[in-house]
Design a protein around this ligand. Structure first.
Ligand code: TYM
Length: 338
């Protein structure tokens, strides 16, 4: 059985980029393959403590899982939901993989550079975070890892670390699929990952940590607030709608959001709107699609009891510890620690 696996940090409420870049693709992939694939969705709580937490970590954990269920994740015996820190093998494998990763490759990670930029001191967790992510993936032999484009560099690193390890110690790890294949599995025919842009500065990705309320749509925004943010999104002065991320990133971002939110192929959305001249009409359509999506998501979210999440953790963490300990022992034997 192949494994599909992903995780989202719980530092804060989630934004639309998390939903469209990771939650929705994971749910689609999981529901399509849950009869013959293992579906692992986990909470990377150890990754979360590398930086500040907005609100209460435990509350954020529950909220994060609820978004997956509200997005339609079906549960069966192949679906496992667990918290990273409840499976100590993640940290142990992290250490062993540290000895196969190099300072040079970690130094090149864009996220590390961005997070460290201008700071006189950066914690080691931020530097080592991609290696823990590699451990999260390799412990369960994951083939598909639905993540947004900003995490593709970490997936490539995971592939490199695993390949190096296998070369030195024998075929222990499954190498995750190359990123172009990952993108295709997520429904991105162009082989590129999803990157939802900041609404006020579409050169940048949408991120919770960017200041400015209008730059991002939070999953907890009321549909009316979300619609207002779309209506005030930065566009350009070209005057004609075209999908061109380089010259018209704001307009292109809206077309991309419309396609993902309505589950319509991007090419179809592009041909509907190409050549139109009313940016207002496009914004109104996207605002309405996003509001409808949020209203449905929030209604489903509100109906999920906390107890259900704890029940899922209990069975998920039992499975995860068993599976991870088997892999960890194989790794320990390979490096002659056992
Ligand atoms: P995190 O918590 O920063 O982000 C969670 C997911 O949301 C995606 N994402 C976006 N996608 C498209 N457009 C955006 N603007 C956007 N913003 C965020 C991210 O790509 C990600 O998929 N290291 C990971 C968590 C992690 C993980 C793992 C993921 C830890 N271990 C193992 C997969 C497998 C992270 O920090 O994502």
């Amino acid at each position: 059985m192949k494994t599909i696996l992903t995780g989202l940090r719980i530092n804060s409420d989630l934004q639309l980029g998390n939903y469209l870049g990771a939650i929705a693709p994971m749910v689609r992939l999981a529901n399509a393959h849950n009869k013959d694939h293992r579906i692992n969705f986990f909470i990377p709580d150890l990754h979360s403590i590398i930086s500040n937490i907005d609100g209460d970590l435990q509350t954020n954990i529950i909220r994060n899982v609820k978004y997956y269920l509200a997005a339609g994740l079906e549960i069966n015996d192949n679906v496992h939901i667990y918290r990273q820190s409840y499976v100590p093998a993640h940290s142990e494998l992290n250490w062993i993989l540290n000895c196969s990763a190099t300072m040079g490759e970690l130094n090149r990670m864009t996220q590390y550079k961005e997070k460290g930029e201008g700071k006189s001191s950066v914690n080691v967790g931020i530097f080592d975070y991609p290696v823990l992510m590699a451990a999260d993936i390799l412990l369960y032999d994951a083939t598909y890892v639905p993540v947004g484009e900003d995490q593709f560099q970490h997936l490539e690193l995971t592939r490199n670390i695993a390949t190096r390890f296998n070369h030195k110690y024998g075929e222990i790890f499954t190498i995750p699929a190359p990123t172009a294949e990952q993108a295709k599995a997520m429904g991105q025919d162009d082989g590129k990952g999803i990157r939802i842009r900041d609404l006020t500065n579409p050169e940048k990705k949408m991120s919770k940590s960017t200041p400015g309320e209008n730059s991002k749509i939070m999953l907890s925004d009321t549909p009316a607030v979300a619609a207002k943010k779309i209506m005030s999104a930065t566009t350009d002065s070209v005057g004609t709608i075209r999908f061109d991320m380089f010259n018209q990133p704001g307009i292109s971002n809206l077309l991309q959001i419309e396609a993902l939110v309505t589950n319509t192929p991007l090419q179809e959305v592009i041909s509907t709107w190409s050549g139109e001249t009313s940016y207002g009409d496009l914004k109104q359509k996207v605002a309405s699609s996003v509001s409808t999506m949020l209203a449905e998501l929030q209604a489903k979210f509100a109906a999920i009891p906390d107890e259900l999440i704890y029940e899922l953790f209990a069975s998920g963490e039992k499975y995860a510890n068993e599976a991870a300990n088997i892999k960890l022992l194989a790794v320990q034997k390979a490096v002659n620690l056992r």
